[in-house]
Design a protein around this ligand. Sequence first.
Ligand code: ARG
Length: 458
Amino acid sequence: MKLWAGRTGGDVDERLSAINNSIGFDSRMVRQDITGSIAHATMLGKQGIIPPADAVKIVEGLKDILSDLETGRLEIDMSCEDIHTFVEAELTRRLGDAGKKLHTARSRNDQVALDIRMYLADWIDRLTALAKDLTGAFCEVAEKHLETVMPGYTHLQRAQPVTLGHYLMAYAQMLLRDMDRLRDCKRRMLVLPLGSGALAGTTYPLDRDYVAGLLGFHGVSRNSLDGVSDRDFALELLADLSIMMMHLSRFSEEICLWCSWEFRFVTLADEFSTGSSIMPQKKNPDITELVRGKTGRVYGDLMTLLTAMKALPLAYNKDMQEDKEALFDALDTAELSLSVLAPMLRTAAFHPATMKQAAAAGFINATDCADYMVRKGIPFRDAYGVVGRLVRHCIDVGTTLEELSLDEFREYSPVFDADVYEAINLLTCVRQRRVPGGPAPEMVRKAIDETRAELQAY
Ligand code: ARG
């Protein structure tokens, strides 16, 4: 029998239940639902809206339900409409009339708005801890490769020399911004909707600030219609997770490429690699392919909720129940992706010799050669032209800049001296990029230290 059977009569068609019930997924919020109800009942008692003795019974009853669920003495009844209905029914089964007073001055509309906020805020903490660990892993590996020269790319063409440490720390910066976004999102999330009632507030003398304080919220919503119909915080989280997954997918793509025989920059540990059912030689980076692929799910989750919310009139509409599966899928996907990449990165074997070879073959020191000429007084655009002709010559005769003789250099410009070889040495090229944010080892060292200091704040 439904909660609202008084209005509609007896049992409903099972096909209605199939589309209407949300307990199959919203039971994930049981802890938050109970915690929110404890705060609500405490306030009802304090305000004398219900007898204080009943409030005490309700609070004890709710605590017992939670501990019975946790110890397995109680199971959630999956035939209930949703988790809110289950908790109230179980409380009433245990307490009788006192249990029936819990829902005074509350609607499931403001209740569910509260539960999701609490649930997502808890998850932000969880995902932030994982992002912090992954950022730490980037720092650890980067620290070992401050002088591991590799090509940096634009258009996926070898462009200028960088180091593996510098490369990895680029991803650490992205994750720091992701964590900052999550923190910001949580701040807007922790505004209490309870007290909005179904849509028009309530006639009871609630102390909303008191409830907010009990639950660690820093304020209360200012408009009851908005309080029950706002899902911005959920959309923001999905957008933030989409951006974070985009970052993880870019890193994953690098790893997929770098694992190929064409690159051979890295070999994943056996525990983090897979094989082929037919090709005995294969060792595959399924991990990073899956993170890359799962990014699409999270984008989809964002689109699901944006589309569900589009053009909804105020206030609560049942469409909004569709927020949860999308959110939960995004949370699970982000958790899985973050938690698998950290150990994969920590156990991967990078190959500095192959990276150096790749760096040596692509004329990535051509800019440095031009900069050398600039230091000898040649205007940059002229130097750029000379080095372009030098590179063409090298390609024609199958050699590299560093292998040219000084006489060959001088055929193109008299400013070349023996010190050109030092200037175009790849490690020198990297060391000279000493600008803040650049790949010079001491700058990357500084970036690692600053990143670690920032991580302390989480
Ligand atoms: N299961 C619902 C949801 O997730 C709870 C709110 C139901 N409110 C209502 N008036 N039917 O949105």
